[in-house]
Design a protein around this ligand. Sequence first.
Ligand code: ZN
Length: 438
Amino acid sequence: MPSLTRVEAQQRAELITVRDTDVVLDLTRQSRSEREFGSVTTIRFDARPGAQTFLDFKGVRLNAARLNGRELDPSSWQDERIPLTDLAADNTVVVDAVMAYSNDGEGLHRHVDPADDKAYLYAMSFLDAGPRWFACFDQPDLKSRYTFRISAPEDWTVHGNGPAEQTAPGQWTITPLQPLSTYFVTLIAGPYASLYTEHDGIPLGIHVRASLGDALRREAEDIFRVTEQAFDYYHRTFGVRYPFGEYHQAFVPDFNAGAMENPGCVTFRDSFIYRSRATRSERAGRAGVIAHEMAHQWFGDLVTMAWWDDLWLNESFAEYMAHRCCTEATAYPLWTEFGISRKAWGYVVDQSAATHPIAGNGAEDAQTALQNFDGISYAKGAAALRQLAAYLGDDVFLAGLRRHFDRYAFGNADFAELVASWSAAAARTLRIGPSSGC
Ligand SMILES: [Zn+2]
């Protein structure tokens, strides 16, 4: 299937502005081998009158699609796109569909725990898997407010990117407080074992499958402590409060990455919930991942790249800030570990045939952006940001970031705009280029 190209994304962003998205999910049927669920998406968006564009949709069956009350021909859905023609200034599109649960960790993943046969769901929309569970305009610079209305078994817990309210047994509404990019829209749903607390006005939750409940009770104190210390540190450092309301951390099975920074509901691989005695090094590694995902809440989630070729900057920044935060605010001083192992990861890739510049990977389509995700994009990029902070002075480095968060909050910005924020804070012009050191 074609991956969205940068040119297509730019053209679509010039034509439309997404206002809000309402997703109704029917998750009630949960036989042991359940494969499908109902998903009805309603999107309201503004457009240039008379223009045409397309919606991203990777369902199993399209029951019906309507644009401004007009039935669309289901056979027009091809190559995972639904064409939308003759747009009005103010549009409503409804997609009524059957989608497939995934078993590859992307889309709406379903795991049946062999320990007790209980089913667990979590959604992973990164990088372009959002359309596997709801229809959307799937690119980082078309943000939308989302409302989710979910029917689920009555003994399930549901959380997402905003406060989840159970309106009747098994009936949930999630109303994220802020606009979100499609790639970090998420959901967890299942008979999760959960622990809750609150810190500085932020409700916190940790969630695992029930069979890991005992292990969670042993690990929760360390996870909550690091989370609270990191919130205090980032609030002090960024001068902008965490903007997404509640903060949930779900440790889920079959997870492909270490973690994913979904605003308000981060997902982690559940091997971070140690089943037996853990070493200090293991706990330090987990603290680094917790602090990394929290840094993304500002860099990535509050201010988001306009296109995937700036994804390196998300990761370099989160890696750099996580090491800073853990060293300065937690019991895990990670800069030593960075020098010994993370930088070595960068050196090894840099000396291989796969080496590439930190910045400007020039991803022409969404999938190509993933190919450069390695020790250069994380570790070498973090080392370069550390050098930049030393070069500019920490005051200027942080003042530039604050200016950047202020100016682009809940929107998008590219690398050049970040450099401009630092230039403004430094009162001199930084240049992007081979000799700039950036
Ligand atoms: Zn990251």
